[in-house]
Design a protein around this ligand. Structure first.
Ligand SMILES: [Zn+2]
Length: 469
């Protein structure tokens, strides 16, 4: 994510008080339950315990005039323990739930959908859960945030760390990535853009069904949908299949700048592939909707950019940032949110490398500028970026000091070892998840050196490092 062109995240929100809804009244069964959170201390309610999702099959329809979304989601999952009850994260209202094709009881709070399968699920059992649901996602907020935005001709789901609950039920945490089929029914003439490959569009009465497929596992926050009147540009460049989508309601100048910026994506991807190794997915692209949400997000294969990034001119830096996340953040995801410097550090450092490669500011000059810019007393140095706290995961310090940490590390261990470390970090990761400890261990394994003091100083100290080597 990048929020640095403007920081207004304090969105005006209407707090919705949602009561408990029970479709089939009945006492909760005694027995093992999955738990309402996956165990991330930053966001205890995010994700759920007791199972892992392998695949999401989503079918949604969006009605722009009423702003209503209706959906049916089938999740294929496997239990990690015996379960008599389990949760999904969902803000929209569920009307029916089936487990393995049989009707299941459920209750729903503001964010948690608690499901009682007709029969207890054994440990290690594969199962499907199908949820039928609907609501007006733009009217919903959670933790003071919104993640569904209404555009002049449609809607947009984009957000981090949360977004899925606004448009589909999920195990909403990056530590449970899955593959996706995303089908979106929209009026004829309206586009529906999402992740991965466009399998096809099929007419259905006065409507059209768009079918997208993401065959690599991705975190739930990296799935997105943009619905509305878009100009789509697609083809192949530099060996990459690309798809850019620009909202037709964008002002002409912004659209021209955005188009120019998105068209750098193949070149940027090739540059990053030379740095970090082969691009992890089968397609690239970008989406610019006509709505202000104040950030850009690294949605897998197709980042979504706030048009504000392109108001003053074209920008390849923001494209570099979001495309670098395809390796760092998307292909290897954070195990817990406190490790986010690994995502933002690499994305920011990629911007520095891009600038240097184009004859602009060198990585060392970037480092020096940030180092000199903030005096020792500045709060910038107070954040322990290796564990910044839930309110500071998008703090400037996480981005800039993350990049500084990588720069110091690269100088210490040399270009070749740094390249090997960075490549192995996302590629040889058995579960596609990473933590700071695992990163340090890999760096020490590759170099045979004790790097703890370096990381302690740069990630876990609340003081400006005195040594920049
Ligand atoms: Zn970022």
């Amino acid at each position: 994510m990048s929020t640095r062109f403007v920081r207004i995240l304090g969105v005006m929100v209407i707090s919705l008080c949602l009561g408990l809804v029970s479709a089939v009244p009945g006492a909760a069964l005694a027995g093992p339950t999955g738990g309402a959170g996956i165990g991330d201390p930053y966001f205890p309610q995010d994700g759920n315990g007791g199972y892992q999702v392998g695949h999401y099959d989503l079918g949604i329809a969006y009605d722009h005039p009423s702003k209503r979304l209706a959906g049916t989601a089938t999740l294929t999952a496997r239990t990690t323990q015996r379960l008599t009850r389990f949760n999904l994260d969902l803000l929209l209202r569920a009307s029916a739930v089936k487990v393995d094709g049989r009707a299941a009881r459920f209750t729903q709070g503001a964010r948690e959908l608690t499901i009682t399968p007709p029969r207890a699920l054994a440990k290690g059992q594969r199962f499907t859960v199908t949820v039928t649901y609907a609501g007006v996602p733009s009217a919903l907020s959670s933790r003071g945030e919104k993640a569904w935005f209404t555009t002049p001709t449609g809607g947009l789901a984009v957000g981090q760390p949360q977004v899925a609950a606004w448009w589909f039920p999920s195990n909403d945490h990056p530590s449970d990535p899955a593959t996706f089929d995303i089908r979106v029914l929209v009026p004829r003439g309206t586009e529906a853009i999402s992740n991965g490959t466009l399998v096809g569009t099929r007419p259905s009465g006065s409507k059209v069904l768009w079918h997208w497929k993401m065959t690599s596992r991705i975190a739930t926050y990296l799935a997105f949908v943009a619905i509305g009147d878009y100009t789509i540009e697609q083809g192949t460049a530099g060996g990459y299949r690309y798809l850019y989508a620009l909202d037709k309601a964008l002002p002409a100048k912004v659209a021209a700048n955005a188009r120019k910026s998105l068209r750098t994506t193949p070149r940027v991807t090739a540059f990053l592939a030379r740095r970090w190794g082969p691009y992890p997915y089968s397609s690239i692209g970008g989406v610019v909707p006509a709505v202000t949400f104040d950030f850009a997000l690294e949605n897998a294969t197709r980042p979504v950019y706030d048009p504000g990034f392109f108001e003053r001119g074209a920008s390849s830096g923001i494209v570099v940032h979001e495309m670098a996340h395809q390796w760092f953040g998307d292909e290897v995801a954070v195990k817990r949110w406190k490790h986010i410097w690994l995502n933002e550090g690499y994305a920011t450092y990629s911007e520095w490398l891009w600038s240097q490669a184009r004859g602009g500011t060198s990585t060392q000059a970037h480092f020096n500028r940030v180092y000199r810019n903030y005096e020792a007393s500045n709060p910038f140095w107070k954040t322990r970026i290796g564990d910044p706290g839930p309110s500071k995961i998008f703090d400037d310090a996480v981005y800039d000091r993350g990049a500084m940490t990588l720069h110091v590390l690269r100088k210490r261990i040399g270009d070749r070892a740094f390249h090997r470390l960075s490549t192995r970090w996302y590629r040889d990761n058995p579960d596609g998840l990473g933590s700071t400890r695992e990163y340090i261990d890999l760096a020490e394994k590759i170099t045979g050196r004790n790097l703890d003091p370096l990381f302690r100083q740069w990630l876990f100290s609340a003081r400006k490092p005195t040594s920049t080597r």
